[in-house]
Ligand binder design. Structure first.
Ligand SMILES: [Zn+2]
Length: 389
C-alpha cells in the first residue's frame, strides 16, 4: 500500500516529536555529562610492546575479533609485522582498540599503558614497523589533563576558567592538526601540553565543570576562533600580524594591568654573537629604546622588536626580533640591546610570543576582581562564548 504525502508528513512529524522527547529525556538524565566531542591524542610513539590495564571491564577490538578484558587484567601486547599478539593470540590489521561497548561509558574508563594513566579509550595504529598509541577521550576529560599543565591550579579561579575556555576552544579549532598522523592533537607545546591523569587537580577540574562546553566565537554563525596564548606579555600583548599571517580582528594588542613584568636579561659574548649573526667586527647596533605601546620604525605597536640594524665598518645587516629570539633563545622579542667591546646584552620583559591571552596577565586581572568572560574579551576582542554542548 502506498501512503499519501499528507500521511507521510504526519508520520515524519510524529517520529520527529518522539525523537525530540526521547533526546530531551536522555539529556535531562545525563546532563551535564551528555554528548561531548571525542578527541584523539597521540600519546606514545614507536611502541613495539605495551603493557595495559583498565579500571573497568571493556573490550579489545581488532579487525575481525572482539575480546572481553576484565578490570585490572594485565594485557601484554607485542607488535609484529602483520599483527599484534596477546597471550599467543594473533590479531591482524592496522588498528586495534580498547574501549567499552557503550560509548557513554568512555568517559569513566581509565587505562594504564606502560606506566602512564589516561582517561577514555586507547587506539593502537600501525606506523611503519611499530605502533602509535592514541588516547580517544571526550573533550572535557581531555581538558582535565591540559589545564593544570598550562596554568598552575592554585592560581585565581577566574584565570583558570579563562584558560580553560581558551584551551577548549584551541582543541576544538585545531582538531585536525595531526590528521596525517592518524590523530587530532599531540601532547607537547606544539598543540597543548597534556599528561593524562597524572597532573589532574580539583581546582582545574572545577574550572572545567563551571565552563562546561563553552567555546569562543567572533561571529554568531562563524567558525570557532583561534585562541593563541602565552606565558606573560611583559606589559602589552601584540597584534597577530606582527608575528604571523594577516591581521585577525580579535587578536589585537591589549594593555596589561602592569608593565615591565617578568624582566629578563641575557649577555652573549661578542664573538658568539658575531658568529651567529654572520657578521665580523660589529661596531654598531641600532635599535630605538623600548617604550611600551609605542610603535616606531623598528618596533611594533606594543614595543616588540621588528628589526635591528647590526653593522661593522664595512657591512651591515638587518635582523628581525623573531630571528634574534630564535638565534639566542630569548624569552620574548620585547627587549633593548646594548653593545660593549666584549658582549651584546639583551634586557627585556615577558615570556612567549605575546599574541592572545597572557597567562600571568589573566592571573593579575582575576586577582583584581575581573571575571573570566571579561578576561577573555580583553585578550580576544569582541568575541563571545557559546555553549557548544
Ligand atoms: Zn601538535
Amino acid at each position: 500500500m502506498r501512503l499519501k504525502w499528507g500521511a507521510i508528513v504526519k508520520i515524519k512529524i510524529l517520529v520527529l516529536a518522539l525523537t525530540l522527547i526521547f533526546a530531551q529525556s536522555v539529556y535531562a538524565k545525563d546532563a551535564p555529562s551528555s554528548w561531548q566531542p571525542e578527541l584523539k591524542i597521540g600519546v606514545m610513539f614507536n611502541l613495539k610492546n605495551a603493557t595495559i590495564l583498565t579500571n573497568s571491564d571493556c573490550f579489545f577490538i581488532a579487525k575481525d575479533k572482539k575480546v572481553r578484558i576484565k578490570k585490572g587484567e594485565v594485557l601484554a601486547i607485542t607488535f609484529n609485522a602483520s599483527h599484534v599478539e596477546i597471550k599467543g593470540n594473533k590479531f591482524e590489521g592496522e588498528l586495534w582498540e580498547i574501549r567499552p561497548d557503550d560509548p557513554r561509558k568512555l568517559k569513566d574508563l581509565v587505562f594504564r599503558i606502560n606506566g602512564k594513566s589516561y582517561r577514555g579509550g586507547l587506539r593502537l595504529i600501525r606506523k611503519g614497523n611499530a605502533m602509535t598509541a592514541i588516547n580517544v577521550i571526550p573533550s572535557e576529560e581531555y581538558l582535565r589533563g591540559v589545564v593544570p599543565e598550562e596554568m598552575p591550579p592554585l592560581w585565581a579561579k577566574e584565570a583558570l576558567k579563562a584558560q580553560t575556555v581558551a584551551a577548549r576552544t584551541f582543541a576544538l579549532k585545531n582538531r585536525h592538526r595531526h590528521k596525517k598522523d592518524g590523530y587530532d592533537l599531540c601532547t607537547s607545546v606544539h598543540c597543548q601540553v597534556y599528561s593524562g591523569q597524572a597532573k589532574e587537580h580539583e581546582n582545574s577540574d572545577a574550572a572545567i565543570r563551571e565552563t562546561y562546553g563553552e567555546v569562543l566565537f567572533a561571529m554568531p554563525n562563524g567558525p570557532i576562533i583561534d585562541t593563541p596564548f602565552h606565558t606573560d606579555s611583559g606589559g602589552m600583548t601584540e597584534n597577530n600580524e606582527a608575528l604571523w599571517g594577516v591581521g585577525i580582528p580579535y587578536l589585537r594588542a591589549a594593555k596589561e594591568l602592569e608593565e615591565k613584568t617578568k624582566p629578563w636579561d641575557k649577555e652573549i659574548p661578542l664573538f658568539e654573537f658575531e658568529k651567529k649573526v654572520g657578521l665580523k667586527d660589529i661596531k654598531k647596533i641600532e635599535l630605538s629604546k623600548l617604550e611600551f605601546g609605542k610603535r616606531t620604525k623598528d618596533r611594533t605597536v606594543s614595543g616588540r622588536v621588528k628589526q635591528v640594524l647590526v653593522a661593522s665598518e664595512k657591512q651591515s645587516k638587518f635582523l628581525t626580533g623573531a630571528e634574534l629570539r630564535n638565534l639566542f633563545n630569548l624569552s620574548s622579542t620585547l627587549f633593548d640591546m646594548e653593545l660593549s667591546s666584549k658582549s651584546v646584552k639583551f634586557s627585556g620583559y615577558g615570556i612567549g610570543h605575546g599574541v592572545g591571552l597572557s597567562q600571568w596577565g589573566a592571573k593579575a586581572f582575576a586577582e583584581n576582581g575581573m571575571n573570566y568572560k571579561d578576561i577573555l574579551v580583553h585578550y580576544y576582542k569582541k568575541t563571545f562564548i557559546k555553549k557548544l554542548y
